[in-house]
Ligand binder design. Sequence first.
Ligand code: F0G
Length: 494
Amino acid sequence: MTLGVDSGKFNQTPFDFMANNSNRQINILEETEKILLANPGFSNIAYIECIACKSKFPANSNPLYNCPKCNDILDVKYKFPKDLNPQELKALWKLRRTSIKPEDRSGVWRFREIIPFCDNPKNVVTMNEGNTPLLDAPTCARYVGLPKLLVKHQGFDPTGSFKDPGMSSAITQAKILGAKAVACSSTGNTSASEAAYARRAGMLPIVLIPEGQISFGKLSQSLDYGALTIQIYGDFDKAMDLIMKVAPLLNVYVVNSINPFRIEGQKTMVLELLEQLDWQVPDRIVVPGGNLGHASSIGKALRELKSLGFIKKLPKITVVQAKGANPLYKAVTSKHPDNLIAVHAQTLATAIKIGNPISWKKAMDGIKTTDGWVTQVTEQEIADAKAIIGRDGIGCEPASAVTVAGLKKIVKEGTDVAFDKNETVVAILTGHILKDPDYTVRYHRGELYEEFVTQTQVIHKAGPIKSNFANKPIFVEADEEKLKQIISNALKTY
Ligand code: F0G
């Protein structure tokens, strides 16, 4: 079977290859592997594995999001070297902080031995992501009823949310694969992060966001970073569905957390956290749950670190959802926890307004293996917890505040067992306070309602300023054909 590919010379990327062979009946996986093995920039210790049927595929084959055999979601796996020495690596990772190389200073690539899918530093796309602080939050601790509470604030990441480490790894993979354009559906933070990282890598960022359902802070980021910003008249789940249908047809690489390479970068938050705790494993990690990529990445990191001998015990992963967007909570408290039923999501914490989370099976796996927990909190509980986090001089966006709200609840009510107040607990704050200032101002003015419609009215205007570099959003019906046309046009002129 020859495809005109000279295995001795690397002359096309998987994306070129797919574009040139899109209508041929061939084993794309087999053939792209041949191309990739001929390229010295590719790691050969990484592979992709289906979470359900365990089928294995080359890591740098064409873009894979679902198992070609059983359609379930995928994980990146590694044949880790047998002589990998945790003590030596811990020392090396610490030392890299003093290096001047971008890939050493990055809070993702500093830990590259744990995500060894890219062995050519030239492909690394980084903006010094990670490196976020672990802060003591005494006001929050008192509020939830614990003697001490630590918060890991990923709002300090370059685009203001925890998405950046995973985006660094996904865009790096996009670069390895030779992608020209990347896309996501987003409640605002993934789109902001994708837009920034894609631009850094010279790719066209395409983002689909639910019209009227993301904060202006986040929308402003994707506009300013120059993303093709498409506001869908529909919700996140509909946008996700559409992008998964349209992007592969147009050779656009999807960087939502269904893309297993996103999870790889996200894992490094756990390494950084453990390093900040001098490798003393906490008892519990509390994380917000939306599309459930973050909870999944924490579970994967912990399992790998334990099997590689870095840690001996596993912290309990505790996922908190908004009551109006609680499909995982509903599943675990139902008679059939292995059957997640999508909900129509409704919450002011728009980042986690997701009814049909893609990564729920992976998240569930992490919760089960760590003896974790899932809880839900009301809009009132979220709003109050956010204000308390602010009082510690920390602040966060509403979705992040579910962690403190959820903790308060389980400290009071217990989990399946009574909550031990001596537990070392780390709450993960996922987004910066400035992501959604409208919510904050409304709360503090006493104008926050579970449901409200806003209208901006201009009373007087004078002295117009030209929008010389305007990047106008496009409004479109939730329609596959119309969406295809918009993206195709943009791709032609990029
Ligand atoms: N916190 C913030 C600030 C988020 O933006 C998100 C998700 C989550 C928590 C939940 O994380 O999806 O991994 O469970 N935001 C996505 C987005 C969906 O499009 O920005 P998850």
